[in-house]
Structures are given as C-alpha cells and as structure tokens.
Write a protein that binds this ligand. Structure first.
Ligand code: 1CP
Length: 349
C-alpha cells in the first residue's frame, strides 16, 4: 500500500473511533449494507448463486462498493458470507435463497469434527484478489473484513441450517463438552485463517459476527465460548487492525464479551449505549445500535431515535454508529442515505 493511502486510512474517522481517538464526526456504516436492500444489488445477482458471487472478485468488488457510493458510509463491509471459509475447506454446504446456509451432512460426531482442517490463504485466492482490488477502489475508505463467531458457525454446522433455539448445538455443548471444545478449536483455526487473509490483503479492521451467541447464559459463555473467542482475538493482535466483536441478544453477555480481547464491542438495540458502556467496561469503543426496524417508520421517528443513539454514544470512549443488527431487506435505501447524512451533520465536533 502506498504511504499516502496508508496515512489517510489511519486518519479516517472510522479507525480513529475504533482506537478511541477524537473524531471529526461520528463514523457510520451498516451491518449487511451490501446486498439485501439495494435494487442495484438484486439486478447484479440475478441468476448468480450466492457462493458463486462470493468467489467472483469483480462481483465482490462491485457489491461491496454499491452502498459506499450510495450512502457515503465511513467504512465498507466485504461482500462474502460467514460460511465461505467452511465451504473453502470442503464442507458440503450451500446458501439457499430465502433460507440461508444449509449443510449437506451436519457435523455431529468426532469423525466429522476431525475433518475440519485449518484454512490456508490458497483456499481463498478470490478473497485476497477482491480485498486488494477493493483497497484501491475504496481510495481511503476503510474496508472491514469479517468472519462468523465460533458459536454461530457451530450452530449452522451442527443443526444443518438456520435454527431458532440451537437445541442440538447446546446438546453437544452441555452433553459432549470434549467434542464441543474440539469443534470450537477447529473453528477458531479456520476463522483466524479467514480473518488473517483479509487483513493481510489490506482490510483495515475485522468484525467477528457471533450473531447467535446471545442464546447462551453468561456462565456458559465463559466455559464454552470465551476461551475460543479469546484465542481468535489474540491471534489477530500482531496485525494491528481494530477487532470488532458483535452478537445479537447479548445484553447479559456484554461484560464477559468485554473480556474476549476485541477493541470494539457491537451492541444490539436492546441495551442503550450508555448502559452498554458500563457493562462492557473501560478500554473499549462501542458500535451500534439503532433498531433496524426503526428504518421502516417515518423519517421523523428515525431522526429522533438516531439523535438518542448519538447522545448516549457520547458516554462511550469511542462510538461507531451502526444498526443493532443487519439492514432489513425491506428497508428503503433513501432512509439509510438520509440517516448517514444526519449522523454526519449532527455529530460534527
Ligand atoms: O453487508 C452485507 O450483506 C455483507 C455481506 C454479508 C455478511 C456480513 C453476508 C451476505 N452475510 C454476512 C454475515 C452473515 N451471514 C451472518 C452474520 C450477520 C448477521 O447476523 O446478519 C449470518 C448469521 C449469516 C448466515 C446467513 N447467510 C444467513 C442467515 C440465515 C439465518 O440463520 O437466519 C443468510 C440468509 C445468508 C445468505 C446471505 N449472506 C449474504 C447475503 C447477501 C445472503 C443472501 C443471499 C441469497 O439468499 O441469495
């Protein structure tokens, strides 16, 4: 990367907020901003399976750029999916339209767990290629790489697809703890491999989406999940990129998540950011946390609630404005454009 580009990235509002430094304005991006609600995305994806799109660098670059161009967000999120690294090491899975990840032979015994080998950069050359092209194209806007958190990946692998209650996942966790920890260790290696590929290719930050970990009680998180998320964040430390840690329904887990080693903790809409700052503890920036469903309400409501999020976010040592979970597919892109402008305008320091 040329030194000028590296400097302007390092000085961006997004990276400054992640490092808990003063910012010119509160940076904003939206989880699942790429894909989902944009008509230009739907046109581009017509007839192309999701996993094919993820392995096609030109498409990845274009889809990642679309929301940045439209909204002027302060960061881009890499277009991929949490199951891409699993597919890349040979897990028999697909992403079914309208459903999500579906695993051909769910992973429920030692032999299946033992077959989950670590991910090498050569397994995902299309990721390296797309990240490198994006860093040039983004020209100073930071790119966020991402991976699924170990509980969330384990849930898709064990259940065989999306799950409401994660019953079989928890059955393995409580009933076969040795097998569970072996699975989590293997997922940790795969996740670390995938995040390191993205950061090495030029991603400026990484986010761990442990979306469904809110299903676990705090004491169980400590026993069954924390050692593994800790290993992931520790294994990224030498890269010097901010590490973001996010899950849904994690109000009761914010304290223990604060111990996992991330630089930024993502908060869903259930806990106000001023309260979240107390739960997470000192030395972290926060990301969040407007309820994505608020974007379906009239603009006046969106504006009022966004102001409240910004106000409460001032209590945190650093604040990255975001939604409390991903953009809903039915969201009007004009609401997100207006919201981005509002956050920028009213947060000017
Ligand atoms: O902004 C973006 O959309 C960037 C790319 C992105 C990201 C960050 C996609 C594309 N997926 C993800 C992460 C992801 N994938 C998460 C974590 C974030 C979250 O909680 O929303 C999860 C849980 C998944 C798993 C997944 N993949 C689901 C959810 C299924 C369930 O359990 O409810 C779905 C529907 C997918 C498919 C998928 N991933 C991405 C897109 C655009 C799609 C839809 C593709 C299609 O149907 O054609």
């Amino acid at each position: 990367m040329n030194p000028q580009l590296a400097d302007s990235l390092a000085d961006s509002a997004f990276l400054r907020a992640c490092r808990r430094e003063p910012v010119p304005h509160t940076p904003v991006w939206y989880m699942r901003q790429a894909g989902r609600s944009l008509p230009e995305y739907r046109r581009l994806r017509e007839g192309i399976p999701m996993l094919t799109a993820c392995a096609t660098p030109d498409l990845v670059v274009e889809i990642t750029m679309q929301p940045v161009r439209r909204y002027g967000t302060d960061a881009a999120i890499f277009f991929s999916d949490i199951v891409v690294p699993l597919k890349a090491i040979g897990v028999d899975l697909d992403i079914k339209p309208g459903v999500g990840p579906v695993v051909g032979s769910p992973i429920r015994d030692h032999a299946a767990v033992a077959a989950l080998r670590p991910l090498e950069p050569t397994d995902v050359p299309y990721v390296t290629e797309a990240v490198q092209a994006l860093v040039k194209e983004l020209d100073g806007t930071p790119l966020i790489g991402f991976a699924g958190g170990p509980f969330t990946l384990a849930s898709y692998l064990i259940e065989g697809g999306p799950s409401k209650n994660h019953d079989r996942t928890k059955a393995m966790m409580y009933g076969e703890p040795d097998l569970w920890h072996e699975l989590m260790e293997r997922l940790t290696a795969i996740t670390l491999g995938f995040l390191r590929v993205q950061a090495t290719a030029g991603a400026s930050a990484v986010q761990l989406f442990d979306s469904w970990v809110g299903a676990v009680a705090p004491a169980d998180y400590r026993t069954y999940v924390l050692p593994h998320t800790r290993a992931i964040f520790a294994g990224l430390a030498d890269l010097g990129v901010p590490r973001i840690h996010f899950g849904v329904g994690t109000g009761e887990l914010l304290g223990v998540m604060g111990e996992a080693g991330a630089d930024v903790v993502g908060v869903d809409w259930r806990v106000p950011l001023d309260e979240a700052a107390l739960r997470v503890g000192a030395g972290k920036a926060l990301q969040g946390n407007l309820d994505p469903a608020i974007l379906l309400a009239p603009w006046e409501v969106v504006g009022e609630r966004a102001r409240d999020v910004l106000e409460r976010g001032r209590v945190a040592e650093g604040h990255v404005f975001n939604l409390g979970h991903g953009v809903l597919p039915s969201t009007d892109p004009d609401q997100l454009a207006r919201l981005t402008d509002l956050v920028h305008e009213i947060s000017v320091r």
